[in-house]
Design a protein around this ligand. Structure first.
Ligand code: S3P
Length: 202
């Protein structure tokens, strides 16, 4: 289960409500990009989704760290957020350009805010899914001692940033509320909604 305290599980599948009218042609989706705030469960759900589909899984933050040869916290510390965003955009562009294998891609919490990144992701064969939960729950979930999150400081700042970003996340193809739900059932829901095909695609 995505760690949570609330039980108000609710799924919104209405693409109009999320502001996207150009939903991908569902039988052609071969990349699912998970977006959402820190603590949304993008990596955990993404791994499970890829496992169920027998697709490849990539985490954009991991790709950035591998390419930069250093941790995200260090990039922020040494070069600042703007430099991090430049690297993030460039790694996203190169990973989307490379390889044709079907896959699940977990984006970092800020990646979907960039208009250029949204444009790149607005392709027929890429489906963007916004994982959401009550902000207090996101705040609790994102408190992981082993993960450095430079943009997570105090509760007020976290709430403000979430409110500021949420309208952009809502531009994803659809939104799944994850609160109180088993990870497996969230993954199943995404598979059913997008009519994803398991295994190697043509
Ligand atoms: C960020 C979220 C982080 C990471 C970086 C910036 C953000 O990823 O990309 O610290 O701007 O919200 P997670 O969403 O996986 O924590």
């Amino acid at each position: 289960m995505v760690k949570s305290t609330s039980r108000n599980a609710k799924i919104s599948l209405d693409s109009k409500q999320t502001g996207r009218s150009d939903e991908p042609e569902r039988d052609r989706v071969r990349v699912v990009a998970l977006v959402g705030f820190m603590g949304a469960g993008k990596t955990t759900v993404g791994q499970e989704l890829a496992r169920q589909l027998n697709w490849r899984f990539d985490d954009l933050d991991d790709l950035i760290e591998a390419a930069a040869g250093t941790r995200i916290g260090q990039i922020f510390k040494q070069s600042g957020e703007n430099a991090f965003r430049e690297v993030e955009c460039s790694i996203l562009a190169s990973t989307l350009a490379g390889g044709d294998l079907p896959r699940v891609l977990a984006l970092g919490g800020g990646a979907f805010l960039d208009a250029g990144n949204q444009l790149r992701l607005r392709s027929k064969d890429i489906a963007t899914v916004f994982l959401d939960a009550p902000v207090e729950e996101l705040f609790t979930r994102s408190d992981q001692p082993d993960v450095v999150r430079p943009l997570r400081s105090d509760r007020d700042q976290f709430y403000r940033l979430y409110e500021q970003r949420r309208p952009e996340y809502l531009k994803a193809a659809f939104c799944v509320q994850t609160s109180g739900r088993e990870i497996g059932s969230i993954a199943e829901e995404i598979i059913e909604t997008l009519k994803l095909k398991r295994g190697v695609l043509d």
